[in-house]
Design a protein around this ligand. Structure first.
Ligand SMILES: Cc1cc2nc3c(=O)[nH]c(=O)nc-3n(C[C@H](O)[C@H](O)[C@H](O)COP(=O)(O)OP(=O)(O)OC[C@H]3O[C@@H](n4cnc5c(N)ncnc54)[C@H](O)[C@@H]3O)c2cc1C
Length: 408
């Protein structure tokens, strides 16, 4: 079996979280290896603005995530390709008159965040990474086995038959993390009973740089603004819906689906004119009981997956990455090993509470909007109207979603 040169930190997964962590560690004297199962795609990204030119997977990045990406030198690459700033957010209840409108001017910001296509973000991060001399990228290469070697670190076995030793292995390998499974990290998880349908849609009217979300009893429906032209207006669709309804929607012909979608969205942007290929997947809440073990740490979706209704998944994940990088670099200055449990527990202490609080809040939201009972519907609508009128509370909610609340 070929033995590759060892490293201080091996990161499994070069999605958004893994490549961001490698960038955060680069240039500080640690040797880093990134292992990615997929080939690194380096061809040109589609430049056109037709439906199928958009990546159906997008993320709403808040200003805090944008700051981090700027710090890691990856934001400019995103902007140079394309993104869409959203300045307003409108949330309303399908079952009443409650609505909340958020506007970036309420908190003195120029945007609430940006809608970014996943592949553009990963591409920008990887372009920076490929220029980093202290980061070795192994792709396509898959982690197959991982074990602890006493106090000496971790032994990783790869699909190609090679192996390598690392002081620390970081799981950035997504929601179905192989590292988490191999090292027996326990999780608390349950089905939301929802599937998400994602696609790109063309709508009749300009989206007005607004992220739209309608809460239906069957789940939230979001239209997120995308770049377009004076005549062609696009949104990214995230339709979370009871799992028993998803097959019917996925099997509909495009025209029928657009009609059903337009009705569900109350035609807020006029007719839904066209829809790209649709993808659907189950939504599951998952939270690791521990993020760390000696020589191993979980970040982002490997540590937690959350309902997409508030668009917070990778925003939390990038905070994990930033805090883990900070703790590892501080440990290096103090002469502590990257795999030391004391070092890794500092990371866990700083991140688990915030992630858990957001997950609980999202779960509460989802449940509240599912309630058919009249008194609850009335309370919910009155609550939304109340929040909409209560400026300080609204500002607080916006700052939280933008990731800037703790800077006060
Ligand atoms: C419908 C939907 C909408 C969302 N919207 C938002 C939003 O608006 N805002 C937001 O913040 N978040 C959003 N999210 C969440 C966000 O998409 C995820 O949090 C994010 O993509 C997770 O990134 P990651 O790098 O942790 O994992 P992934 O993107 O899953 O990357 C994992 C990587 O690991 C690699 N890998 C896996 N196994 C192995 C192995 N054994 N060996 C080597 N490599 C491996 C994979 O190939 C992949 O490249 C949304 C999620 C969904 C489902």
């Amino acid at each position: 079996m070929a033995e590759l040169p060892g490293c201080d930190v091996a990161i499994v997964g070069a999605g958004i979280a893994g490549s961001a962590l490698a960038l955060g560690l680069s240039g500080h004297g640690l040797s880093v290896t990134v292992i990615e199962a997929q080939p690194l795609d380096s061809g040109p990204l589609p430049a056109g603005l037709e439906l199928e030119d958009f990546d159906p997977r997008v993320v709403a990045l808040n200003p805090r995530s944008q700051d981090l990406l700027e710090q890691w030198g990856a934001w400019q690459g995103v902007v140079d390709y394309r993104s869409c700033a959203y300045r307003h957010m409108t949330v309303w209840d399908a079952d009443g008159t409650g609505a909340i409108d958020f506007d970036c001017s309420d908190v003195g910001a120029i945007a609430l965040g940006h809608i970014v296509e996943n592949r553009a973000l990963v591409r920008s991060l990887l372009a920076r990474l490929q220029a980093a001399a202290d980061v070795r990228l192994l792709a396509p290469e898959r982690l197959q086995a991982c074990s602890r070697e006493g106090a000496g670190g971790m032994l990783l076995q790869l699909e190609s038959g090679s192996q390598l030793r690392a002081g620390l292995v970081v799981a950035a390998d997504g929601a179905l993390s192989r590292v988490r499974e191999l090292l027996d990290f326990r999780t608390r998880e349950w089905d939301y009973g929802h599937h998400a349908i994602v696609a790109t849609v063309q709508v009749e009217q300009d989206h007005r740089a607004t992220a739209w979300q309608r809460f239906l009893p069957t789940g939230p429906l979001a239209f997120l603004p995308l770049p377009g032209t004076a005549r062609a207006h696009y949104c990214s669709l995230v339709w979370s819906i009871d799992s028993d309804r998803v097959e019917g929607l996925m099997n509909m012909a495009e025209e029928e689906f657009c009609l059903a979608l337009g009705r569900a969205f109350e035609q807020r942007l006029g007719k839904v004119l066209a829809c790209s290929r649709r993808y659907s997947f189950p939504l599951r809440q998952r939270h690791a009981l521990d993020y760390v073990q000696p020589g191993a740490a979980l970040v982002a979706d490997a540590a937690h997956t959350i309902h997409p209704l508030a668009g917070q998944g990778i925003n939390l994940g990038l905070q994990d990455v930033a805090v883990l990088a900070e703790e590892l670099l501080r440990a290096r200055q103090r002469g502590e090993a990257p795999g030391s449990l004391t070092v890794l527990k500092r990371y866990q202490r700083r991140r688990k509470g915030e992630n858990l609080a957001m997950m609980v809040a999202m779960d509460g939201f989802k449940r509240l909007f599912e309630q058919p009972a009249l008194p609850l519907r009335w309370l919910r609508n009155a609550g939304m109207r109340g929040v909409d009128r209560a400026r300080p509370l609204k500002q607080r909610l916006m700052q939280q979603a933008m990731g800037v609340a703790e800077r006060d």
